[in-house]
Design a protein around this ligand. Structure first.
Ligand code: SAM
Length: 282
């Protein structure tokens, strides 16, 4: 497996064994688990998973790597190689009880945000997700209200799952050496989920609108944001729901966004107006 690394597919391979083992250990693989690995690459994590779990699904977009895995492991009854874009993977079609399904990946950084969004779609969540992401993305996922890293991604991820920052992986642990720092995070989706699927869609619409204008006051955002703007009295709504109309979005904790989303739903906001579904939080 030594074709040159493809930058376009985010190929920075993790070569330090100690980190490979730590990442796999964070998934706590059990003999009864079904594990989906996103982007096995040259097998940095794969080799520590084969034979340890009941079913291992390898999802690789690279033609040559997918073909190599098919040759090497495709005949094993406990391994399935899928040559596809992980963003099109339908976790429900795997026919695995969500409680036994785990996802792991040292994921290509250019698809991090849509991929996390995809993995946390309502009704398709695994029991545990361990990902290596760019350090800045981990910071934003974990950010508490009030700071500049707090945004729609923080609210979306934190309302869907418990997020843990596990450890940093130095650039020197990869080949080729990447230009960014990496952090391993573990997501444990809330069980049962905190929100209904349509509430999640409305929360996403609200946070996208709010953080799209993060310097504006809530009353102004609601007066002007598409889907909310026709409601006559946002100041009264905000006051009745216990919010300061002059507050800025970054001061609202995830639970407060949920409360605001529910108050707006009672008024029929956001109106859909034929807008298409988002594929990311941002
Ligand atoms: N897991 C290996 C490791 O830790 O060394 C490889 C990690 S490398 C950062 C990312 C891997 O994801 C590459 O193998 C790349 O070909 C694959 N990849 C890139 N885009 C993908 C996509 N959309 N769906 C599935 N795999 C993808």
């Amino acid at each position: 497996m030594s074709a040159p690394a493809k930058k376009s597919l985010g190929q920075n391979f993790l070569v330090e064994r100690a980190y490979q083992e730590r990442i796999v250990a964070a998934l706590e693989p059990q003999p009864d688990d079904a594990v989906v690995e996103i982007g096995p690459g040259r097998g940095a994590l794969t080799r520590h998973l084969v034979g340890r779990v009941r079913r291992l699904v390898l999802v690789e977009l690279d033609d040559a790597l997918a073909a190599q895995w098919q040759t090497e492991l495709g005949a094993r009854p406990d391994v399935e190689v899928r040559h596809q874009d992980a963003l099109t993977l339908d976790l429900t079609a795997l026919d695995v009880a969500p409680a036994r399904l785990k996802v792991i990946g040292n994921i290509p950084y250019h698809i991090t945000s849509p991929l996390i969004f995809h993995l946390l779609q309502p009704g398709r969540r695994a029991a545990l997700i361990v990902l290596m992401v760019q350090r800045e993305v981990a910071v934003r996922m974990l950010a508490p209200a009030g700071g500049r890293n707090y945004g729609a991604l923080s609210v979306g991820v934190q309302t869907a799952a418990r997020v843990e920052r596990l450890f940093q992986v130095p650039r020197g642990a990869f080949r080729p050496v990447p230009g960014v720092d990496s952090t391993v995070v573990r997501l444990t989706p809330w069980q049962p989920p905190l929100l209904e699927p349509d509430e999640e869609a409305d929360l996403r619409a609200l946070t996208r609108a709010a953080f799209g204008w993060r310097r504006k006051q809530l009353q102004r955002i609601l007066r002007e944001a598409p889907g909310y703007e026709r409601d006559p009295d946002h100041v009264a709504l905000l006051a009745a729901a216990g919010f300061e109309p002059v507050a800025r979005p970054e001061s609202l904790a995830p639970a407060e966004f949920v409360r605001l989303m529910r108050a707006l739903r009672r008024l029929g906001c956001p109106r859909r107006d034929g807008r298409s579904e988002a594929s990311s939080w941002e």
